[in-house]
Write a protein that binds this ligand. Structure first.
Ligand SMILES: [Zn+2]
Ligand SMILES: [Zn+2]
Length: 360
């Protein structure tokens, strides 16, 4: 599969160009996957805007599913023909974090500028987010893929590769929500709806959605929010009135530093803010150490829901097949690769759940 079509970023914030790029064959430990679907995530948009830095030209996209077409030497448990979800969670398996069962924070850096993508005339193309999935095919490390059932639609399966594991995992793994706890989810977008589902599945007593749009709060209720509060004025005061105390966990799923500033105000004593949404690099937030220390509260970061994909994705597939995890309802639009700039623009309006690029 030497030449493939990809949506290439040559200049930050400028339209992606659909062009032929070279994808080299899989090497040691790598797999080649012909993609059927890739969803657009806000992280892709932040990279495209230059908000996270990085080299150009680049191919972004990291929420994908498809079929394995070739495997390199040393690949275990994955074979050509397998249906797989493709994630950005590239784990070396040997570092301290991997040894501790935390592959999402693997300590071995990956240099996407030395990845499998080159231009037609041989120039290097950054493999964005270790995937480069805004393309017909990817070559990724075997640690990044997990097999999924043959009969699961790939557009639905692609969502599990980022938005679903990030949201559900943040509630279950990072916040460690226990039955009977009260949870606030700020932002009812693609990740927030999954954080709401995760809190519901974990057995939360109240799941309170907070968003700036009424329309998204309506959707939040469909996904399991027991209460919904418009983000205007002092929503934390509304939440405290509603719960009679603060929340045991506040899951922040929007990448806005201003929201992080206020997030500890929602907490009960002993509560935890989980940082999920990723503001641009130049953004900072502040909090009161004395108030948080006095109340035994904490702030923790969570990347990709702290998941172990071969444990958590099969679990989420089961939940989906049992009707306990909504996935179909997350897709708000299907687009072709040559429509990707329109799909990105639609995602940036904030009204979309997930826009998915589907390949023939
Ligand atoms: Zn993502
Ligand atoms: Zn590692």
């Amino acid at each position: 599969m030497p030449m493939i079509k990809a949506a290439v970023c040559h200049e930050f914030s400028q339209p992606l160009q659909i062009e032929d790029v070279n994808l080299r064959a899989p090497e040691m430990g790598e797999v080649e996957v012909r993609l059927d679907a890739v969803a657009i995530c806000h992280s892709d948009i932040s990279f495209w805007q230059g908000g996270f830095g990085g080299a150009l030209p680049a191919v972004y996209g990291h929420e994908a599913a498809g079929r394995v077409t070739a495997v390199g030497p040393g690949v275990k448990d994955i074979r050509a023909g397998d249906s797989v979800a493709v994630t950005l969670i590239r784990a070396c398996g040997a570092c301290n974090s991997c040894g501790a069962g935390k592959p999402t924070i693997c300590e071995t850096p990956y240099d996407g500028t030395k990845g499998p993508l080159t231009t037609a005339d041989g120039g290097q193309v950054l493999q964005g987010l270790a995937c480069g999935a805004f393309a017909e095919a990817v070559v990724v490390d075997q640690s990044q893929v997990v097999t999924i059932p043959e009969d699961m639609a790939k557009d639905v399966a692609s969502l599990m590769s980022c938005g679903v594991i990030t949201g559900v995992g943040a509630a279950v793994n990072a916040a460690g929500v226990r039955a009977g706890q009260d949870v606030v989810v700020i932002g009812a977008g693609g990740v927030g709806l999954n954080a709401i589902q995760g809190a519901r599945i974990a057995g939360a007593r109240r799941v309170v959605a907070v968003d700036m749009l009424e329309s998204k709060l309506d959707v939040a209720r469909e996904f399991g929010a027991t209460d919904a509060i418009l983000a205007e004025g002092k929503p934390w005061a509304e939440v405290k009135k509603l719960l009679g105390r603060g929340a045991d966990a506040v899951l922040v799923t929007v990448g806005a530093a201003a929201v992080y500033d206020k997030a500890p105000r929602y907490l009960a004593n002993g509560g935890k803010v989980v940082m999920i949404g990723m503001p641009h690099l130049d953004q900072t937030a502040s909090y009161s150490p004395i108030i948080m220390a006095d109340a035994g509260q904490s702030i923790v970061g969570s990347k990709m829901g702290d998941v172990v994909i071969r444990r958590d994705i099969p679990w989420m597939v089961d939940l989906y097949q049992q009707g306990r995890l909504k996935l179909d309802e997350l897709i708000s639009g299907r687009w072709r690769l040559d429509q990707i700039n329109d799909a990105i623009a639609d995602t940036m309006t904030g009204a979309a759940r997930r826009n998915v690029i589907v390949f023939d």
